[in-house]
Design a protein. Sequence first.
Length: 448
Amino acid sequence: MNGTSGAGEVIASASEQVLKRINELYGAGLSAGAPGAIGLKGIADALGLAKQIRKPRKKISVMIVGNHSAGKSSFINWYIGERVCKTGVAIETRGFILCTSGRKRETLTGDATIRYFDYLEDLGGFQGLLPNLFTEITTSTERSFACVDFVDTPGLVDGDMKYPFPVKDSIMWMADHVDLILVFFDPATCKRTMEVVEQLNNTHHLEKIHYFMSKADEVTDERDRQRVLIQITQNLATRIRNSHAFNLPTFYLPHEDDGGLPCGIPNAIEDVCGEIDKAINQTVQKTLRQLKADCATIQAAIEQRRQQDAANRETNAARTARGALLAAGSLLALLLLAGALGARAAGAVCGAASGAAASSVCSSGLAQALRSWDARLDELLPFIAGALMCVVLALGGAAKVVWRHEPVLDRRQQKRLEEYSAVVARVAQQAELLYEQYFLTLANVEER
Ligand SMILES: Nc1nc2c(ncn2[C@@H]2O[C@H](COP(=O)(O)OP(=O)(O)O)[C@@H](O)[C@H]2O)c(=O)[nH]1
Ligand SMILES: [Mg+2]
């Protein structure tokens, strides 16, 4: 193990565990693998919150930007303790190489990389990029590599060097998706690097960009080194924001032949590692906060569903009462209409029968009453029937309109909501516990 303090290791290990556990809580759930176990993400998707709630990543991503030969790949190899990236004065990295720790040494091509890191899905949209996208998986867990993914970027050069894909745009895209951006300027910093830095400064990522001057041991004379530093700083001043607070620590990789002994040139390589550890720490805290916020969002959505269901049930009850009343009115009007028409028919029958042999029914008192009624109301009947018909139709139509039911949850759905709510409450408790444990670890490390 080269150069990592014990405290860094403790924090890295605690961070790795917390990020892994949070990832599990979103994915497989509280009791991963148990039948019926569901994670936060599954619950969020089932509640229609797929867009709001995203599964956080298990690791932080650190992108290294700089001109060709600035020592980006060498730094990654040094950090990992293995030669996973090609290095050299030739232009070795024309594309993006992601370096991550895994169970076995493996190299993935573009398609497999996008499947491995699902957040990279849209990166495939840059024409010509996929054939220049690789992942190097290694078993190393040196320093904080267990919870860091490195993104080695195309070496930037000036002149008419043709990149097989839009290099600046893809770096900008990547900048949106990583947690930390390390910009390496070596003594031969090129214009293209300056342009990329300027563009990065025009985004909202200022707080995640950190600048270093790499390969400082190449300029052994202190005055020459100061001159290079001033040159880079002046060149940058017009391109970056808050340039007054600009700081450009110098570093170089410890020489293997002299066992990494200091050569009199200030070496801020531990500061580079420190920035990575700080980013891990911040990401863990952000992810923990996110977990708590997501639990609250899901509980609020569940509560809203329940309230909506209760409101729908109340609305349905009120509508049923009103609808039933209108339907009853319509039915009554229909009965009256039938009665009026029936009476009219009976009167007509008896009227016709009076000319012939009078039946016993028609000669009855009731029939005579009907006959006299019919005679008087005969002219009014069409209006009465029409009015009643209108009432039947109006009340019937109104009943149909009013008697509409809002959807309500059935028992199974209600039970599922209860289960979701219980799971989310337990996840929130776990989040609280993880928070406490993590800060206890940080406090213990600081006390040492
Ligand atoms: N003197 C010195 N050389 C370095 C240092 N880091 C990298 N190099 C050399 O610089 C060359 C380019 O490095 P590389 O990592 O391929 O640069 P990249 O193009 O930015 O990835 C290689 O020959 C490295 O051995 C350093 O800190 N000091
Ligand atoms: Mg390289």
